[in-house]
Design a protein around this ligand. Sequence first.
Ligand code: MRU
Length: 367
Amino acid sequence: MKIDGKPYQTIWLDPKDEGIVHSIDQRKIPFQFLVEQLTGLDEVCVAIRDMHLRGAPLIGVAAAFGLYLAGYRHPGNPDLKKYLSSAGDQLLATRPTAVNLKMAVDRQLAAITRLEDPAAIISTLKKGALQLLEEEKENCRMIGVHGLEIIKAIASTKGGEPVNILTHCNAGWLACVDYGTATAPIYLAHDHGIKVHVWVDETRPRNQGARLTAWELGQHGVDHTLIADNTGGLLMQQGKVDMVIVGSDRTTRSGDVANKIGTYLKALAAFDNRVPFYAALPLTTVDWEIDDGVKEIPIEERSPDEVHFVEGFADGRIQQARISPQNSAAMNLGFDVTPARLVTGIITERGVCPASAEGLARLRKQA
Ligand code: MRU
């Protein structure tokens, strides 16, 4: 994706110093554009936990680099593999919901099980991280290719009017390596000259929609309108939403979709108004070990301060302002689960399938 005309991806290994991973610091967007340098495991853990970088596929890629950097910084550790296994636990403790984190850690540790030579372990971890990065990039590109067909079909019924797409949180390229999941079909449709307009949920409490999605859609020249989180239902009743596309942090093998808090309410409203509701995700986001998302997906609880305070730009700097009484309690649950029955389809890199065990299993077999 381009920022002010310059191509970027969210994370990359320094071409001249293989001990440095560069990552866009999402905490400052849209007010400042900063790239952070990650040079060790602890920095990667902080970056994931404190959401300098976020979004399921990106968290997975960052974790893969985290394990690589852990090895790179400690080549002489007498029990390197034991150390890397504890580094994996440290990474897993940063954020609980996005399954890509676990997938990446498991995959990296599995790749080194038979190795003993530190140099071979470190180069395997480096290769693994770079490979996952490329895979996730390609996955998102293909999600775009498959999702485009759905947008095309809707566009053909609109008589030249724009296709109105509602999205929640940021499942854009900032949440991935490139393209995004929910946004990939939108970018591709726009690039194909199909008129699209995006309703962007602000996504309280951290406002990833207002800050990140609106910004990246703007950078790509996609027409969009920011709305308060509770507006989507009314827009659907008024016939102003043609489809919903969201991302996912973990989808069960039966098609229950965990995504940013508030997604479930949009799915209910979409169901009631017969608006198609799609989740776009790479198969790396499917947790093949669980069925019942409501019971089995761990929901991250973050600091209540994210609810008590809003962050914005004033007087030339990023500032926080309290919006609640000093003594009120607040709760901050990060994700909810949309049951498969409310999901029209799942858009993956392998094609679009029904949100069901059969649908996902079929795509997994192809993979
Ligand atoms: O808490 P966040 O900002 O990491 O939550 C992100 C989301 O909920 C995204 O929709 C999700 O990661 C989709 S992946 C492109």
